[in-house]
Design a protein around this ligand. Structure first.
Ligand SMILES: Cc1cc2nc3c(=O)[nH]c(=O)nc-3n(C[C@H](O)[C@H](O)[C@H](O)COP(=O)(O)O)c2cc1C
Length: 365
């Protein structure tokens, strides 16, 4: 099986091509959004993945959008993550941290100054929601447009977070440019209507995400940095006037930088965090973009073990990510190799809580 074959990722060798997708689970220790032993247990249980990408992790307090998500901007958080990386490495696993700023998908209750969330432009995400700091569902507020000096400071926050991730013992980092969060908000014209150097043309809209990426590469080197993208994704009210031109251009820029992988979410699975419906009318982004990228192309979104194997055989991807199936199957690679039945996942325990639906899914043996 191709899924079970090794994969070179820069100077790392992944033991298989079954990658654990970044999955927000909102179970960090409070106060302080600090990774804890429970999280280390959860990730170590899944160390047989070729690579684990952690749940999205805020680079600053301003970057938080949901309660209980972990950060990588305080000393305590760095020590918390050290337990996680140690536990995964002891089980022979590899783990990258997903670096995140939610931008407009926040609520003033998460903001350090209690003020409005920030974004490229003062445009609210419609039909979207989040949770306040005390776990109350809320609509998305109309954000405040960032000043240029603030944009420069967010680049510094990502850089500091990348430095912290190194200190915490990760094998690399993934920059989250997908799913309608801050960097994606800058990329796409529906959320970016700036008239300065950071908005307007495609070259201007990619500027800030690339400044962030360059700062992160500066810390880690290109071989240890990947990027997550979600072209045509509609989650968090995203839209663009010409996604093909935008992402073609961005991928060219990623090629120039030589980053080690792209992780692209198939738009059919744009609602995976909220419901099970797949949109089979959505374009296939691995068909559209895989051949444009020079590095390792990881595809995510709505795969079963069977369709994942087919995608590798048809050269639509170099590796496949599983999200929901990794939640309920800590030993997913073993189950795939034995063609064993998969545990069903319980959606009611995806976000928040403790062990239930987190560390208590059974393994085969
Ligand atoms: C509970 C849950 C949490 C998620 N959290 C994140 C996240 O933190 N970062 C991210 O980039 N994607 C996140 N996603 C999207 C997944 O990484 C993945 O792209 C999506 O679930 C589709 O893959 P699947 O069909 O294998 O589940 C999340 C999805 C789910 C179901």
């Amino acid at each position: 099986m191709k899924l079970l074959s090794e994969l070179k990722l820069g100077n790392l060798t992944l033991k298989n091509r079954i990658i654990m997708a970044p999955l927000t689970r909102m179970r960090s220790a409070q106060p302080g959004n600090i990774p804890q032993e429970l999280n280390a247990t959860y990730y170590a249980q899944r160390a047989s993945a070729g690579l684990i990408i952690t749940e999205a992790t805020q680079v600053s307090q301003q970057g938080q959008g949901y309660p209980g998500t972990p950060g990588i901007h305080s000393k305590e958080q760095v020590s918390g993550w050290k337990q996680v990386t140690k536990a995964v490495h002891e089980k022979g696993g590899k783990i990258f941290l997903q670096l995140w700023h939610v931008g407009r998908i926040s609520h003033s209750s998460h903001q350090p100054d209690g003020k409005l969330p920030v974004a490229p432009s003062a445009i609210a995400a419609k039909n979207s929601g989040t949770y306040t700091a005390d776990w109350k569902p809320t609509e998305i507020l109309t954000p405040r447009a960032l000043e240029v000096v603030e944009i420069k400071n967010i680049v510094k926050d990502f850089k500091m977070a990348a430095i912290n991730a190194k200190e915490a013992g990760f094998d690399g980092v993934e920059v989250h440019m997908a799913n309608g969060y801050l960097l994606d908000q800058f990329l796409q014209s529906g959320s970016n209507q700036r008239t300065d150097d950071y908005g307007g043309s495609i070259a201007d809209r990619v500027r800030f995400p690339l400044e962030v990426l360059d700062a992160v590469i500066n810390v880690w080197g290109k071989d240890k940095v990947g990027v997550r993208l979600s072209p045509y994704g509609t989650f968090n009210d995203m839209s663009d006037s010409d996604p093909k031109a935008l992402f073609d251009h961005l991928i060219e820029e990623l090629n120039k930088r030589g980053i080690v992988f792209i992780d692209m979410i198939e738009p059919r699975a744009t609602t995976a965090g909220g419901d099970d419906k797949l949109n089979d009318k959505a374009p296939c982004t691995s068909d559209l973009f895989k051949n444009k990228f020079n590095g390792v192309f990881i595809s995510a979104g709505g795969y079963t073990p069977e369709t994942a194997e087919q995608a590798l055989e048809q050269n639509k991807a170099d590796a496949i990510m599983f999200g929901r199936w990794f939640i309920s199957n800590p030993d997913l690679p073993e189950r795939i190799s034995k063609k064993a039945e998969l545990n069903k996942y319980d959606r009611s325990t995806f976000y928040g809580g403790q062990e239930k639906g987190y560390t208590d899914y059974p393994c085969l043996s």
